[in-house]
Design a protein around this ligand. Sequence first.
Ligand SMILES: C[S@@+](CC[C@H](N)C(=O)[O-])C[C@H]1O[C@@H](n2cnc3c(N)ncnc32)[C@H](O)[C@@H]1O
Length: 319
Amino acid sequence: MGTASAAHLPVMRDRVLELLAPALTLPGAVLVDATLGRAGHASALLAAHPGLSLIGIDTDATAIDESRVALISFGDRVTLVQAVYDQLPQVLADVGVRAVQGLLFDLGVSSPQLDDPSRGFAYAQDAPLDMRMNRAGELTAADVLNSYPADELARVLREYGEERFARRIADAVVRERTQSPLTTTSRLAEIVRESIPAPARRTGGNPAKRTFQALRIEVNGELEALHRALPAALDSVAVGGRIVAIAYHSLEDRAVKRALADRAADTTPPGLPVTLERSRPQFRLLTRGAERPSADEVAANPRASSARLRAAERIREAA
Ligand SMILES: C[S@@+](CC[C@H](N)C(=O)[O-])C[C@H]1O[C@@H](n2cnc3c(N)ncnc32)[C@H](O)[C@@H]1O
């Protein structure tokens, strides 16, 4: 979702550059791009700040391999690690970095992942039901569809896909798999289509979109990883350092919003006459609510349409 299909334009790139710039200008600044993808944001940031070093993380080995090539001209300013972003503290410890000046999360799936039919992320192309971002992961979309009880499947579709017809789709999947296991994206897309009442099919784009999103989030444990990752990521930001996060789904955005709001709040117990040093906010919010891409950007890159960007700056050490 983070990059345009044709040109792989990084989502809200100019705003990301603008928000991170004050933190990245000092020589020796370190940026962690926790969702490197094809290094669209990362290469723009490295080009804009000649003194900047990058630690790039992605769970997808192909993303790491292709970014290594794309970033070759930046030489030893670049360290790339295949990892889930909740392993950030370990990644930093391994490279001997204690605190970072910039942190970027551009969540979700990348355009190259969506566009590669063999990955099974796209409802528009026939492929095996895979959807693993890390191809060494154990759980595939086929496993979820062929083994989850109907209630559990309906919950996944409702929560992660915001699918109104979750129950009907889950029941149809269970009926289908008693005949033979589901194996292909095109068959799943058909089942979704057949489960949705005709009037609802005519609105809101391809009806399979929400089911595919939900399965992808479940297969990759995306929300659990994000909930674990954000507090640790915020702990790693140096005073004056900044974090930018782009979410594409309301649950992702809520997780980002809460994590930033927690650190930007004064936690002095009500009734105390003075603000306790340890209760003062650690961060200040740099965005008012969530920022959205411009209409021009969405026209050029429809995959940016659901993007919501939030940012914050560390203003003091944790007590
Ligand atoms: C939207 S793309 C990032 C695109 C990137 N900003 C660019 O400009 O090319 C999201 C990337 O995050 C990776 N990713 C998703 N969940 C992850 C996780 N829990 N840990 C590490 N990487 C993850 C995906 O494999 C994907 O490559």
